[in-house]
Design a protein around this ligand. Sequence first.
Ligand code: 2F8
Ligand code: CA
Length: 329
Amino acid sequence: MKTAESQVPDAHFSVDKQNISLWPRDPPPKSDPSLVLRKPLILRVALICLSLVVVTFIVLQAILYPWLMGTISDIKTDAQLLKGRVDNVSTLGSKVEKNSGDVQAAGLQIQMVDASLDRVNSQILTLKTSMEKATAQIHNLTTNWEAVGHLNSQIPELKRDLDKASALNVKVRELQSNLETISKSLKRQNDILQMVSQDWKHFRGNFYYFSHTPKTWYSAQQFCVSRSSHLTSVTSEGEQEFLYKTASGFPYWIGLTKAGSEGNWYWVDETPFNKDRSVRFWIPGEPNNMGNNEHCVNIKLPSLLSWNDASCDNKFLFICKRPYVHSEP
Ligand code: 2F8
Ligand code: CA
């Protein structure tokens, strides 16, 4: 917009192209009355323009304000979104840190898992070897099983054979037992025959030797001991009967004598002496210890009542007795 002064013609100014200066070279011209009238108009125009400018500004402001407010609101929203994103980024950062620790722990675990895997692989190899061995054994077992199946088919026949063998075995055992009995009997009879051939007599499991030479009681006992025997004891009526009948009425020393200061009777072969059961074998009136010197006993009569005490120094025939002892084959 040009002011009033700017509307002054340029001709009133001296312009030196060589030396430019703002000072007029000529005095200013006198005011033109038309120009004085023009000044309010210019002012009005200026005001109008200014008003237009203000109105335009207000209108623009009215128009632009909502737009600006919307824009500001959008900016705020965007700022909030950005803030949220920044927060998210911060949260993500802390999560990343946390995850970094987790990743390290996971790395350690992976190392451990790797080590475990190595061990597992080693074990798998071992298992594989074992599996191969087991497979070979299964193959052998299968082969054996087939052989067992073949043998199983033979079981009924084998069972019949076994029953027969079992019955035969029972018979063999019976025969063996009988054979052992016969063998023992033969052995016993052989022993008896041997003793009999040496002049011993057998009676109820004992051997008796009836001497042919008279001796004192003590010498007779020594003789018997030299033949693994003793002067005979008498413990039953049957034995007494056997002895007196074999003696045929001749006096024979037997193994009954006295012991100690009280003079109790005892058997020299250490058989316990039963005084009450022996009373029936004494000759009535005996023992009488005639001459206070009769400490040994002989069978004197062919009777159950045949015992007499006599002097041990007398020489009589005598009877030795040896128990039959089974010798192992
Ligand atoms: O020699 C001793 C012997 O003498 C007699 O018998 C023949 C006695 N008998 C009687 O007196 C009845 C025995 O007792 C005696 O031992
Ligand atoms: Ca007597």
